[in-house]
Design a protein around this ligand. Structure first.
Ligand code: GLU
Length: 416
């Protein structure tokens, strides 16, 4: 076994619970618990002050059995190989649960994008992509946005790759601006999927989504759009926290106005008509639905015992540690795991990749209808598995995912 850190260790624990139930044979077990390829690159950049800085970047292709590696690129000071490897493994299971023909990958660059100018950000993006260029491509590995990366950065990824191969290649990356081969609905996709699974969970657990109370941790692309769409179907968003502070209004926050506030102030803090609250208080609220939509390791045994929500929908990747998850499940909290709850981002990335390769683009209605169908298919497959094996939804999602990847691994056989 290769050396690994705590986040990959958490992924392994989750994997093992499901693999044991599946009676997975040792050979496939070993294959599926090793990353296929881990790339580390150094990216020297000339900063605006004339000095050279060197940034470390990673791209991990965890498994490519079902198709090209697929997964985002994050820019964050805390990026490390353990994190990127765990996230690439989660992408593998996510794509399999979503039933789309992709393997799993992830990339990251250690940097603080808030301190970089636009020119530095572009230079860093282009250099990082140039360093991993032989490993990516529409048939090999297709990056996308993740924490602190956006459509503009994806446009630079697409351009750098296209310049290298000598022709425009839109399908090398997803989450692009519409004008250069992006898909309608992609930006809202992850939040839309979170809304869909929250709605389906309410039906399953037995409460009305209309009037249901919701607390959201994180107000980036995933948190803000989940909140907006849930409010749109009648749920009451009572609390939101972000990197700087939080706001609470038991009568419900006006999410559209909150989004406008954040566009101006970069934080929810100071939003009129709401009380301040911090992260620890948000987790303790007596709400129907709690949505962690920030970073990993947010719900631990330090705060899980105080959680009172009926349903936890993991908008972020890896927000709950394995012991906290066990505790919540035993207390009867219905947890919709990340690899199911936020899979609509990559599902719509798949739609974007299909449209780019086809050269024929769908209407927003077509995208959203197909997404609704795919998310309900995935949710029902996992729920059915959870009931059949009498396990929690996370173990069930892993059972569905591992089974799909293992079946194809067996059919393909071993090379050499
Ligand atoms: N970064 C997103 C995720 O973690 C989307 C990945 C993609 O679209 O490839 O699922």
């Amino acid at each position: 076994m290769v050396e690994h850190g705590p986040l990959f260790g958490a992924m392994l624990q989750e994997f093992e619970g499901a693999a044991r139930i599946l009676n997975l044979e040792p050979g496939i077990w070993k294959t599926l618990t090793h990353p296929k390829r881990q790339i580390i690159v150094s990216c020297p950049i000339q900063m605006d002050n004339g000095e050279i800085e060197v940034f470390t970047g990673y791209r991990v292709q965890y498994n490519i059995t079902l198709g090209p590696a697929k997964g985002g690129i994050r820019y964050h000071p805390g990026v490390n190989l353990d994190e990127v490897t765990a996230l690439a493994a989660w992408m593998t299971w996510k794509c399999a649960v979503a039933h789309i023909p992709f393997g799993g990958g992830k990339g990251g660059v250690i940097c603080d994008p808030t301190t970089l100018s636009r020119r530095e950000l572009e230079a860093l993006t282009r250099r990082y992509i140039a360093e991993i260029i032989d490993a990516i491509g529409p048939e090999k590995d297709v990056p996308a946005p993740d924490v602190n990366t956006n459509e503009q950065i994806m446009a630079w990824v697409m351009d750098t790759y296209s310049m290298h191969v000598g022709h425009t290649e839109t399908a090398v990356v997803t989450g692009k601006p519409l004008e250069l081969g992006g898909s309608l609905g992609r930006r809202e996709a992850t939040g839309r999927g979170v809304m869909i699974v929250a709605r389906e969970s309410a039906k399953h657990v037995g409460f009305d989504i209309k009037g249901a109370t919701v607390a959201v941790q994180g107000f980036g692309n995933v948190g803000s759009i989940s909140a907006e769409l849930l409010a749109g179907i009648g749920a009451k968003i009572v609390a939101v926290c972000d990197w700087k502070g939080g706001v609470y209004n038991p009568k419900g926050l006006d999410v559209t106005q909150l989004i406008a506030h954040v566009a101006q102030h970069k934080t929810v803090e100071g939003f009129a008509g709401a009380d301040a609250l911090d992260n620890a208080q948000l987790f303790k609220l007596d709400v129907d639905i709690l949505i962690p939509a920030a970073l990993e390791n947010q719900i631990t045994m330090d705060n899980a015992p105080a959680i009172r929500a009926k349903v936890l929908v993991e908008g972020a990747n890896g927000p709950t540690t394995p012991d906290a998850h066990r505790h919540l499940h035993e207390r009867g909290v219905f947890v919709v795991p990340d690899i199911l709850a936020n899979s609509s981002g990559v599902t719509t990335s798949y739609f974007e990749w299909v449209q780019d390769r086809y050269g024929y683009f769908w209407t927003e209605k077509e995208v959203n209808e197909r997404l609704e169908a795919k998310m309900c298919e995935a949710f029902n497959a996992v729920l059915k598995t959870a009931i059949k094996f009498k396990v929690d939804m996370r173990t069930a999602a892993y059972i569905v995912a591992i089974n799909r990847v293992a079946t194809v691994t067996r059919l393909r056989g071993m090379y050499a």
